[in-house]
Write a protein that binds this ligand. Structure first.
Ligand code: FE2
Ligand code: FE2
Length: 273
């Protein structure tokens, strides 16, 4: 069976400025050029949570959405302004999207506190962990299982001084999700990928690495900052080899990729056109 591709985009922050829009279009063009089988976007689609910013996202990524190749979850920035939570996620905090070869569990890790600019941290309750676990259980035997959420489940370095200051003051804004470790434990042996964003530097980690089915956790970083998108090749419910990077614009205009915990070597997957 031919391997399929799954691309991980995050933190586009559309509406921030014109350059962000140009970069999102370049990312879309690169994804279309390689005929991406499926693309996930893990939150902060918009910068100010405005309906017009979401409309812009939908316009740009229409070529993928129209072919059912796009799956999205909300981030804290999407809760600002017009509060786009429901427009992005629907009613439930946990939902399942099935695509060829994929079982995607979408978790909304945002909360009402995200309506305020400074309260960017996520929320994950014991019930959320149980709901995610139950949704994972419904996967077909030969589907790749991925949990999609915006916030980080493990501690990660702060992106900028304000986050370091918040942590120093004991505020929760830069913290990882409470119960992130519980979620990892619940997913052990039953889930292949945890894909998130929020932190704008890219990170990667492998957990339960000696298991036949380890759990791989990836932070996409901000795709419009980085200029590249991680791609996983998969077949029969398993990731094949190391993920590669799809470059959306030339190397000299891209932000450096911060090496992650147990990250694998990065490669460029050059668009075919
Ligand atoms: Fe973000
Ligand atoms: Fe965020």
């Amino acid at each position: 069976m031919k391997a399929r591709t799954l691309f991980h985009v995050s933190d586009l922050h559309l509406g921030k400025n014109l350059e962000t829009e140009r970069r999102a279009i370049a990312i879309r063009d690169a994804l279309v050029a390689v005929d991406a089988d499926h693309v996930v976007v893990t939150g902060d689609l918009t910068h100010r949570g405005r309906s017009r910013e979401l409309a812009l996202f939908r316009r740009i990524f229409a070529p993928l959405a129209e072919r059912d190749r796009l799956t999205i979850v909300p981030g804290n920035h999407d809760r600002l302004g017009d509060d786009l939570r429901e427009a992005i996620q629907g009613e439930a905090r946990v939902a399942i999207t099935r695509a060829p070869g994929l079982h995607l569990v979408r978790f909304d890790s945002t909360g009402p506190h995200n309506r305020a600019w400074l309260s960017g941290h996520g929320v994950m309750t014991e019930e959320d962990v149980a709901s995610i676990s139950a949704a994972v259980d419904l996967a077909a035997a030969e589907a790749l299982v991925a949990v999609l959420l915006h916030h980080h489940i493990l501690p990660l370095p702060a992106d900028h001084p304000a986050e370091r200051l918040a942590s120093w003051l004991g505020w929760p804004y830069a913290d990882e999700l409470e119960r992130g470790g519980d979620l990892l434990g619940a997913l052990r042996g039953r889930c292949d990928l945890v894909l998130h964003g929020h932190r704008h530097a890219s990170q990667a980690g492998t957990f339960f690495g000696y298991d036949p089915r380890p759990v791989l956790v990836f932070n996409a970083g901000s795709s419009t900052d980085l200029g590249r998108v991680r791609v996983f090749a998969h077949t029969r419910g398993r990731v094949i080899g190391a993920p590669a990077w799809l470059a959306a614009w030339p190397e000299e205009r891209r932000s450096p990729v911060r090496p992650g915990v147990a990250s694998r070597p990065a490669m460029d997957l050059t668009p075919t056109t």
